[in-house]
Design a protein. Structure first.
Length: 415
């Protein structure tokens, strides 16, 4: 793709990066074939190739370009950032880097209405602080009939019991775990089950309570500067456990939510221009592991499974497209003897996509219903997944039960 940036434009780091990504695109359109929103809407501007053109024209144009409007922003907002397009692209276009630049730019050029700003600010403030979110969740459960439908569907009707966690310091092998922001409230048993399963494998989880939201929610809602501040805060919380005297630091940072995992693995990229944090962020990248990356390298024969249920696995986009770990969870579940039903169009997004299911509810609902039809086709007892956003979004339809896969593994093990 030809670009027409001036020498002055190319002095700006974000324009140089956009220019590099744009020039790798060859207009082939393979990306549209696997884009969920293009499949639903059939509009070129709601597929990756069309969005690339919209961003190119915006970035090349003058600041007061009248062709850059709320409609341009709508097409960028409708992007799930599922990265199916990156998996499909034969040219290796790093679409996610371009869309981060494009969204930040249009947010600056085309200010949102007060109701939109209020919604996005409210979502960020409600979701990213675990204690605040737990308090709001409890309030919502108490006054459930008054909660708007899109949010009510995502709430468990009653508080969920996490169960006990084993002592973390009784093993020589230690790992950190990112507790997350909404997961401790919506599905607290996920991390507790992780601790119990890893304990059986001789791995302890070192607590780092100062670490909070990974920063992805801020980026989803175009508040990139705030997101980077959260990244720095997490690095500060983890660093004492990583750089211990004598070199006996933790061997990994585990994420049980694939959305968080995908984002944490980009910390180095996010802070590449920060002289104080660039090196540390790269070290975080090296240590960050999705839970399935830990388990697949362990001797699972030591885990005695007493009950094997019939499962359908929904592979989140952040696991298969962002982290390139498609098939990894299925392999681990297969090694443990679980029966997995086939899932048609497993590469397509369920419509959760962070806060997308709240800001784009109609499209998200269509995608969810299509996904559930495919997941339920094999009559599974339970649908399992690897991301809290997908889990609550799919469960909100009140059809087949939806759980995190590690919870099913934990429950199936002999006492």
């Amino acid at each position: 793709m030809q670009t027409h940036f001036t020498d002055e434009d190319l002095k700006k780091p974000h324009i140089r990066e956009a220019d590099r990504v744009l020039r790798s695109c060859v207009h082939c359109g393979f990306c549209n074939a696997t884009c969920p929103t293009y499949q639903l809407l059939g509009d070129e501007r709601d597929g990756p190739r069309g969005r690339i053109y919209l961003m190119k024209e915006m970035l090349e144009g003058p600041e007061d370009d009248t062709q850059v409007t709320e409609e341009t922003r709508l097409h960028l907002d409708r992007c799930l950032t599922c990265l199916n397009c990156e998996t499909t692209c034969p040219s290796g276009v790093e679409y996610h880097k371009l869309v981060n630049i494009g969204r930040a730019e249009i947010e600056r050029r085309v200010p949102r209405s007060l109701p939109e700003r209020t919604l996005r600010y409210g979502l960020r403030k409600a979701l990213v602080e675990p204690r605040r979110f737990k308090a709001l969740l409890k309030l919502g459960q108490t006054f459930r009939p008054l909660v708007p439908g899109a949010l009510r569907d995502k709430m468990p009707p009653t508080p969920v019991d996490a169960g006990a966690r084993p002592e973390s310091n009784r093993h020589a092998r230690q790992m950190l775990i990112l507790e997350g922001c909404v997961q401790p409230g919506l599905s607290p048993n996920t991390n507790a089950a992780t601790a119990r399963v890893l304990d059986r494998l001789g791995i302890g989880l070192t607590p780092a309570p100062e670490a909070g939201c990974c920063g992805a929610i801020d980026f989803h809602l175009n508040a990139q500067d705030e997101g980077r501040e959260r990244i720095r805060a997490n690095i500060d919380a983890w660093w004492p456990h990583i750089e211990k005297e004598g070199g006996a630091g933790v061997e990994a940072i585990v994420q049980t939510a694939s959305g968080c995992g995908a984002f944490v693995k980009e910390y180095g990229e996010m802070l590449a221009d920060d002289p104080d944090y660039a090196h540390k962020a790269e070290r975080i990248n090296e240590l960050a592991k999705d839970l399935v990356e830990v388990l697949r390298d362990e001797d699972l024969a030591t885990l005695e499974v007493k009950e094997r249920r019939r499962l359908a696995f929904h592979c989140p986009c952040t696991l298969q497209h962002a982290q390139k770990l498609g098939g990894a969870v299925e392999q681990v579940l297969g090694r443990l003897g679980f029966a997995l039903t086939p899932v048609q169009d497993a590469h397509l997004c369920c419509g959760s996509a962070g806060t997308y299911s709240v800001t784009q509810p109609e499209l998200a609902t269509q995608l969810r219903n299509n996904k559930l039809d495919n997941l339920e086709a094999g009559n599974p007892e339970v649908i399992v997944t690897a991301n809290i956003g997908c889990q609550t979004h799919l469960a909100g339809a009140n059809r087949t039960p939806v759980r995190h896969w590690i919870e099913i593994v934990d429950e199936a093990l002999t006492p």
